[in-house]
Design a binder for this molecule. Structure first.
Ligand code: FES
Length: 357
């Protein structure tokens, strides 16, 4: 039998969620959460209907399991309010290859990464304190949200375990099986430490691309595909993005010159300044400002006119006919716009104004 453990003190937390032992006063919120049809659909052992007596019984059971050292169930609480928002537990088997983890999240706390955060906390704690050779995690086949949580936390997909569990009618049913080994956890921790050491450039708030304020973060590239001093284009849902790793950190902006839309990704990056492949325009990726106006001249971001010019040693070009000249004169070179970015689990993510499918 594994050694008996006490609930960690202080509780496990990443600043957003806290994992603590259940308390008797969690019963009313647990009752409400477990009446959710989605929880009842995906967790067949949850009683239906679910009453406060069920919640009290469950809480007592978790405390008894801590006492006996047979399982470690945590209440997931909002780190700011300490209110119950979910449950996650390590269910111990008779040997180090037969432990498992399971979780649920209350409806009002979903789509905020709560389960992923809790799973990462509990797996780290579990591998540190318990002899685990394989930690299993399984879901019913249709529970794609839970499967995404498992993969995000670094669990490996194994396949469909046939007749693995029982459905609500006590009939054998399949389960989608994931697992984590100590080696998998080492890989996850290594990826996290790489992510933590990669800087993101601070970009001016007023230069956020429109539609990004409440937009979801979308994965745009694996960090392993990027290198300091490099640029690359990433196209997602009709958006051509420029990902540039400057001395100030990584920026995500449009892969479109603010002059006449040429792809900046095929230009040159020199420090924080990108040189457009057309018309000699140069732009500062750290500030969004134009460093050198294009040879064609035009209006700067503040509306000031700049005349055309020729690079040193080049023959001045004749001025174009009137209408073209007028078009050049009125072309405004705006400041660059940025997509707020973050790094998660070895990937660069950015807030993109893409509607969910
Ligand atoms: S298109 Fe880039 S400077 Fe003209």
């Amino acid at each position: 039998m594994p050694e008996k453990l006490a609930p960690p003190n202080p509780p496990l937390s990443d600043g957003v969620v806290t994992l603590r032992a259940f308390r008797a006063d969690d019963a009313p919120v647990v009752t409400v959460a477990c009446q959710d049809p989605e929880i009842q659909r995906w967790i067949p052992i949850i009683p239906v209907p679910y009453t406060e007596a069920d919640a009290r019984r469950f809480i007592l059971m978790t405390l008894q399991a801590w006492h006996d050292g047979t399982g470690y169930e945590f209440a997931i609480a909002d780190a700011a309010t300490d209110r119950f928002i979910g449950s996650i537990g390590l269910h111990l088997g008779p040997n180090p290859r037969l432990h498992a983890v399971g979780y649920l999240v209350a409806p009002e706390a979903r789509r905020r990464g709560v389960a992923s955060r809790a799973l990462r906390l509990v797996t780290r704690w579990g591998f540190e304190h318990i002899d685990i050779e394989r930690l299993a995690l399984w879901t019913l086949p249709g529970n794609v949200a839970s499967q995404a949580v498992a993969e995000k936390a670094g669990f490996r997909f194994e396949g469909l375990a046939r007749n693995w569990t029982l459905d609500r009618d006590a009939q054998a049913t399949d389960a989608v099986m994931y697992s984590m080994t100590p080696e998998d956890l080492s890989d996850v921790l290594a990826a996290d430490s790489v992510s933590a050491s990669i800087p993101l450039a601070a970009t001016p708030r007023e230069l956020r691309a429109s539609g990004t304020r409440a937009a979801p973060f979308v994965q745009i590239a694996a960090i392993a595909q990027l290198a300091p001093g490099s640029m690359r284009r990433v196209t997602l849902a009709g958006l051509d993005l420029l990902v540039a790793w400057t001395p100030d950190g990584i920026v995500v902006t449009d892969d479109r010159c603010p002059h006449m839309a040429a792809p900046l990704s095929v230009g040159d990056l020199d420090g924080c300044v990108v040189a457009c492949p057309l018309h000699e325009g140069r732009f500062d990726l750290a500030t969004g400002e134009t460093v050198q106006m294009p040879t064609t001249g035009g209006l700067d971001a503040d509306g000031n006119y700049h005349s055309s010019w020729s690079p040193a040693g080049a023959e001045p070009k004749p001025e174009p006919p009137n209408r073209k000249l007028e078009a050049r004169r009125l072309t405004r070179i705006t400041r660059l716009r940025y997509y707020p970015a973050r790094i998660r689990e070895g990937h660069l993510e950015a807030q993109l104004p893409i509607l969910p499918e």
